[in-house]
Write a protein that binds this ligand. Structure first.
Ligand code: PEP
Length: 246
């Protein structure tokens, strides 16, 4: 198992003025014992990477197109993110699956594009409340895992984020038993398909992670870190979450 990872997803939030949050993080985490990634909107990737300079905090995109270039107005490719200074890219976030009708096949193609560009793909999956209540969670995430991860996934190019849709931005968090059950099933699914790489592919939990619940979540077996939305926008919220993982 490699280093643990905390990734912040700023979603459609942030302008140049918010780069001060990155300066504060850079000062607080000059030599972190865990990997730290911030995924700002595409407009800030380049400036954030520049602002971080040689510091260990990495920058990621929130999505990429599956193709390298071409007639896709408004989209950006994994190569462009790499060129702008990104090292990671989130693919398959539930908001993109919902808002842009992204299927597992599309997510897999995006992850392949990320790998080709030399980026680490943070591949998101997770069940809806309806699926959870119908007892379908393990089937749903198992199918998503199988269909969204490319065959070339390795410990260094792939991170999986389990994000129950009903926990994102709601303040609701699954019980530690529920998180353990899903993460255990995901680890077993990875082991079946990726053998030697499976233990190294980091499994993040995402959905209403906050400073006051992070330590409990990080104590769950097979949780290798977190994907954090709302609480990643302010360094005063994000830093205690990083501390809880250290
Ligand atoms: C997310 O958007 O990936 C997320 C986990 O959001 P939040 O932490 O705000 O629930």
């Amino acid at each position: 198992m490699g280093r643990k990872l905390v990734a912040g997803n700023w979603k459609m939030n942030g302008t140049n003025a918010d780069l001060k949050e990155i300066e504060a993080l850079g000062i607080a985490w000059a030599a972190p014992r865990v990997d730290i990634v911030i995924c700002p909107p595409a407009t800030l990737v380049s400036r954030m990477a520049f602002a971080l300079g040689g510091q260990p905090i990495r920058v990621g995109g929130q999505d990429c197109h599956a193709e390298e270039s071409g007639a896709h107005t408004g989209d950006i490719s994994a190569e462009m993110l790499k060129d702008a200074g990104a090292r990671y890219v989130i693919v398959g976030h539930s908001e993109r699956r919902a808002d842009h009708h992204e299927t597992d096949e599309m997510v897999r193609a995006k992850a392949e594009a990320a790998h080709k560009a030399g980026l680490t793909a943070i591949i998101c999956l997770g069940e809806s409340l309806e699926q959870r209540e119908a007892g379908e969670t393990l089937d749903v995430v198992g199918r998503q895992l199988a269909a969204s991860l490319p065959d070339g996934a390795t410990a260094s190019n792939t991170v999986v984020a389990y994000e129950p849709i009903w926990a994102i931005g709601t303040g609701k968090v699954p019980s530690v038993e529920q998180i353990a059950e899903v993460h255990g099933a995901l680890r077993a699914g990875l082991a079946e398909r990726f053998a030697g790489e499976a233990d190294g592919i980091r499994l993040l939990y995402g959905g209403s992670v906050k400073p006051d619940n992070a330590a409990e979540i990080f104590g769950v077996e097979n949780v290798d870190g977190a994907l954090v939305g709302g609480a990643s926008l302010k360094s005063t919220d994000f830093s205690p979450i990083v501390s809880a993982l250290e």
